[in-house]
Design a protein around this ligand. Sequence first.
Ligand code: TMP
Length: 230
Amino acid sequence: MTAGWFITFEGGEGSGKSTQAKRLADRLTAAGHDVTVTREPGGSPFAERLRAIILDPNLEKHSPLAEALLFASARADHLEQVIRPALAAGHVVICDRFSDSTRVYQGYAGRVEPRLLEALELIIVQQTKPDLTIVVDIPAEIGLARAALRLNAPAAQAPSERTAKQPRSLLADRFESRGLDFHKKLREGFLEIARLEPQRCVIVDGQRSPDDVAREVWAAVESRLFTEAR
Ligand code: TMP
C-alpha cells in the first residue's frame, strides 16, 4: 500500500485538464499537502526525451505497437523515477494523463489490440493504480477549437497554466492533428472507462467555467479521497 494519493487527469484535447491539474495542486499545497505535479508522456528526464520523439509531428510513419511500447517505456521510467518515490514519501501525486490515455488513444480510438495494452498496463503500472481519475469531458468540436486557439496564440497561455516545465510546441502534435472522428472516439473512450470504473473515475463537465470545474474537482477529491481512512 502506498502512503500518498495518486490522482490522474484525463480527457481529450483542449479539455482544460492541465489547468485543472495545476489548480488542484495549488489548492492542495495551500492546504498543507506535499504535492508532486507531473505529466505523461514525460515526467522524468528520460521519459521527456521519449515524449519529444513520440509527439514529433514530422515523425515517419511507424508501427502503432512500437509507439505503444514507447509510451509504456516512458511510463515505466516515470513510475520508477518520480511517481513511486513521491507516493512513498507521502505526496499527493497529480499526473496530467496516465494509462487511461493509452487505453483510449492507442486502443479504443487507435490501432493496438486492447488485450496487448491491458497486458502492458499490468506489467508496467502494477499496483500503482490511480486512487482517483478526473475525466474532464468536453465535446470534441469544442476541445479541438480550444486546442487550435492555444496553438495560434501560445503567448496568451500563461506559463502557470502549463503542467510541465517545458513549453508546448508551436505545431499541433501528432494526435492533435487527427480528424474530428478520432477525437469523438476519444471522448467516447474516456466516458466508457469512467462508466466501467465508477469507484475510481469522476467525470466533470469541461464546458463550465474554470472556477466551476475546479470546485467540482475539489468536491471529488474531498469526498473520494480525504474521507477515506488509510
Ligand atoms: P498532452 O497534449 O495532454 O500533453 O498529451 C500529449 C499527447 O499524447 C496527447 O495527444 C495524448 C497523447 N497520449 C497518448 O496517445 N497515449 C498516452 O498514453 C499518453 C499519456 C498521451
